[in-house]
Design a protein around this ligand. Structure first.
Ligand code: MLT
Length: 323
């Protein structure tokens, strides 16, 4: 039997690579840029293509690579893979839906903590003016607020939404959530120091309640619905004045023009964005806005999540060929 060959085009953590190599797979981690992807797969005789979000696995790639048997998405979202073309060509597509929830949820909290204390702006201004205008900056950032006791509205209450809810509840926030497929979830709030777990039951509510009642809103949905943003001008109009919104899901699930407009009118106090409609070239107005805390799609980019992703992915690839 010839050796199975894996092209990990967006890399793979060394733990997963070692697992695959021990199981007899050849693993290539040298990235092929989009124009060379098809040639690289065919000339290298790869039958497994492993990607994160950077590599787009289009129908053109799938149709031109008859040896491909398996496409692995090292992460959650499958929006960069043409699933219909993969199915039509009998190629199995696998992902790692649970491995990065905690990391994404922690990044959302980081954006929330930044927003309520203006850190996205003060980090920037302190660098250039901290030694000359310390007092003025102290005054400028003196009206921060606490997260404890505030209401966090979570739109999309799957694994990531629930991981966020667990931590927010543990911090003393009031958690409300909406989800078209989930009516109720029990958040197991862990306190490892005392080896206790506190169950917190959350019944989901209609989206309109989230818009009206939340002090902060975070979205955890797979993407736009029929090409449309979930949150636009009319939804923002229903929110509390001074709302903080975080999007670490997919670019454009909150309309970017509506966000900028909401900030300009003072309706939105701050925004946290890890994802952008125009990735990898997001709009400058978003990046430069002092009320927007920005990060370059790094929700799952932690050592822990990448290790879990790689190990889970390697195990699934090994199982696939063992079956
Ligand atoms: C995901 O879908 O797993 C996340 O967007 C993280 C990523 O792939 O970069």
């Amino acid at each position: 039997m010839s050796m199975n060959r894996v092209l990990a085009n967006d890399g793979i953590d060394s733990l997963g690579k070692e697992m695959l190599e021990k199981a007899g797979f050849f693993v290539e981690t040298q990235k092929a840029a989009e124009p060379e992807l098809i040639n690289t797969i065919n000339q290298g005789n790869f039958n497994v293509l492993l990607v994160r979000s950077a590599t787009k696995v289009t129908s053109t790639v799938i149709e031109a690579c008859p040896n491909l048997k398996l496409i692995g998405r090292a992460g959650v979202g499958l929006d960069n893979i043409d699933l219909i073309a993969a199915k039509a060509h009998g190629i199995r597509v696998i992902n790692t839906p649970a491995a990065s929830s905690q990391s994404v949820a922690e990044l959302v909290l980081a954006h929330l903590f930044s927003g309520v204390r203006f850190l996205q702006d003060s980090n920037y201004k302190m660098r250039s003016e901290g030694d000359t205008h310390f007092g003025a900056l102290k005054k400028q950032y003196s009206a921060g607020t606490e997260l404890r006791g505030k209401t966090l509205g979570i739109i999309g209450f799957g694994r990531i939404g629930q991981a966020l809810g667990r931590m927010a509840a543990g911090m003393g926030m009031n958690v409300i959530a909406s989800d078209p497929f989930i009516t109720e979830a029990t958040l197991e709030v862990e306190i490892p120091m005392t080896k206790t777990t506190v169950p917190v039951k959350v019944k989901t509510v209609p989206l309109s309640d989230i818009l009206m009642l939340s002090d902060f809103i975070s979205l955890h949905v797979p993407g736009k619905v029929d090409g449309k943003a979930l949150i636009g001008d009319s939804e923002i109009a229903k929110m509390k004045p001074g709302i903080g919104i975080v999007n670490a899901a997919r670019g454009g699930v909150v309309d970017e023009d509506a966000l900028l407009h909401g900030i300009d009118t003072g309706k939105i106090a701050f925004v946290g964005l890890d994802v952008f409609e125009g990735e990898p070239t997001p709009r400058k107005e978003l990046l430069k806005n002092s009320r927007i805390s920005v990060s370059p799609h790094i929700g799952a980019a932690t050592v822990e999540a990448q290790e879990r992703i790689a190990v889970e992915m390697a195990a699934q690839i090994i199982d696939f060929f063992a079956a």
